[in-house]
Design a protein around this ligand. Structure first.
Ligand SMILES: NC(=O)c1ccc[n+]([C@@H]2O[C@H](COP(=O)([O-])OP(=O)(O)OC[C@H]3O[C@@H](n4cnc5c(N)ncnc54)[C@H](O)[C@@H]3O)[C@@H](O)[C@H]2O)c1
Ligand SMILES: O[C@H]1[C@H](O)[C@@H](O)[C@H](O)[C@@H](O)[C@H]1O
Length: 336
């Protein structure tokens, strides 16, 4: 059986997902598209023979749509995800599940009312070979307990509609989730330090930033967020443990050597850096829709990350470098 998929908001990442489902992945087909801009939806739908719908509700309720992918702006996610849950259809929602914890709580409530897991959040770093290897080393106990983690999240540039809090809710949310995944514990506090600003940013942005997090067992995590570095999409992570350290390798497998020294290519964007992870993530999602049981990152994971984002955004907006507590609700048995 082919999973017939409808896509809501096929902008940058949505079109990448359509291309991978159409050209690379098995057992999925994009049959429906909707976008705030109907002419854009038409342009996306035509080459793949998909139908265009006026809005998310019409697409979700179409008889030939088995499952839904949401790749619209973060603030639009809640409405579409809740509508998909109410229609009883599996929904893959790009990160963030929603920009605030309050929105994520409402999604979890709707999902629990429906009585079965339908939501997967697009935390694709959990599918990246490098992060998975770090997790395997930590889980094996070979380097002892993790003590600190240093992360760098650098983008070449940010679009004009990238607003202040998005450094946390749209960018650092990847590290927030992958830290929970690697360390297997929750984050209990967040603080944002604001260094000298780059002149390459939009005037409304503080860029770069450093997000400092602590976990339940007191692991200290720093995340440099720099979204206008001008040179490339550069993701780094080093976990410092009791008897060693384990870090992501260089971004590309090959290294060039010559009279000028050794060099490796820096990825241009998220597609180049995480192509394999996106493919694995969406293939496993299609497989789980077919199998009838959604197993990837859940609404709870989306919520837990959003609570940390709420604390980070409060710190970003506060004077100086203030630390804010992260307070999660008790985890519902539904998400055990
Ligand atoms: N996992 C990743 O690495 C990754 C990479 C890029 C983007 N994302 C996430 O994907 C989402 C989209 O990002 P993007 O860069 O593709 O954005 P984008 O601006 O390129 O595309 C968003 C699209 O959604 C449409 N849209 C917005 N609200 C809508 C609504 N209510 N109904 C229908 N269409 C709507 C817009 O018209 C636009 O075409 C964001 O949540 C972002 O954080 C994740
Ligand atoms: O939506 C994008 C995407 O998630 C990228 O992976 C991240 O590097 C960007 O900062 C973010 O804005």
């Amino acid at each position: 059986m082919t999973v017939r998929i409808g896509i809501i908001g096929p902008g940058g990442i949505g079109r990448s997902h359509i291309a991978r489902i159409t050209d690379k992945l098995a057992r999925g087909r994009v049959v429906a598209v909707t976008d705030l801009d109907p002419a854009h939806a038409q342009r996306v739908a035509e080459p793949i023979g998909a139908s265009v719908y006026a809005d998310d509700a019409a697409l979700i309720n179409a008889d030939d749509v088995d499952a839904v992918i949401v790749t619209s702006f973060g603030p639009a996610h809640e409405g579409s995800v809740v509508r998909a849950i109410e229609a009883g259809k599996p929904v893959f929602c790009e990160k963030p599940l929603a920009p605030t914890a309050a929105e994520c709580l409402r999604i979890m409530e709707a999902e629990q009312r429906g009585g079965r897991r339908l939501v997967q959040v697009g935390f694709m770093r959990r599918y990246d070979a490098g992060y998975r290897e770090i997790k395997a080393v930590l889980d094996s106990g070979g380097v002892g307990e993790a003590l600190m983690v240093h992360n760098r999240h650098r983008n070449p540039s940010s679009p004009e509609n990238y607003l202040e809090g998005m450094s946390i809710t749209d960018t650092a949310i990847h590290e927030i989730d992958v830290m929970r995944f690697l360390l297997g514990e929750e984050i209990v506090s967040a603080r944002v330090d604001k260094p000298k600003r780059t002149t390459n940013r939009f005037p409304h942005l503080s860029d770069p930033l450093v997000l400092v997090l602590r976990t339940t067992s007191d692991v200290l995590i720093d995340v440099e967020i720099f979204v206008n570095n001008t040179y490339g999409y550069d993701i780094q992570c080093e976990v410092v443990a009791e008897r060693g350290a384990v870090a992501l390798g260089d971004q590309n497998a090959t290294v060039r050597t010559g009279a000028a020294g050794r060099s490796n290519r820096i990825a241009a964007d998220y597609n180049e850096r995480f192509e394999a992870a996106f493919n694995t993530e969406l293939q496993e999602w299609i497989n789980s829709v077919q199998g009838g049981e959604i197993v990837g990152p859940s609404s709870w994971d989306g919520y837990a990350a959003a609570v940390v984002c709420d604390a980070g955004v409060r710190s970003l907006r506060a004077d100086g470098s203030q630390e804010f507590a992260v307070e999660l609700i008790e985890k519902p048995a539904f998400y055990a």
